[in-house]
Unconditional design. Sequence first.
Length: 209
Amino acid sequence: MSDVIIMDHPLIHHKLGIMRRKSTSTKEFRDLVTEVAMLICYEATRSLPLADIEVETPLTKTIAKEIEGKKLCIVPILRAGLHMADGILNLIPNAKVGHIGLYRNEETLEPVEYFCKLPSDAADREIFIVDPMLATGGSAVAAIDLLKKRGISKIHFLCLIAAPEGAKRLQAAHPDVNIYVGNMDERLDENGYILPGLGDAGDRIYGTK
């Protein structure tokens, strides 16, 4: 079974607390999405394999470390995942970026795919799927299904907040994918929204509510 890694860093909880406030402005909310994603990424990349390389410093030659292999690819689930991707790119500017477009059918609460574009060498990379909310888990499961159908196996999922129901569904569907969560909230409401949550992340990022 995959691990659900819940962040315990004070900065993450402080910033999530600001994001939850309905009085937080669109700009501030957007900036905080980027910042929290960067902090979660720091933890999610802890176990990446390293290789020794020889480098020349201003004084001498030495053995240093670099991330081994073809490195990383960030795949935001559109549209709310885009600003999480920006935060991760601040840390890993050479990462490639793919995109998956899903929207939630408001009656069935199930995801509907409308777009998928990935780098040609995505199967050789560590993939980080990012989406601010893990609510019912439908979008996360569907996104990972799409990647696996394309032969991609090294997958991680990062989100700002999650509901226990969504985390359990994702674990059951993809027990090989670790889940990195800024905070595990209480539950879903009758409409499939996270409680206490922070509202609709896409609307709050783009000011479209």
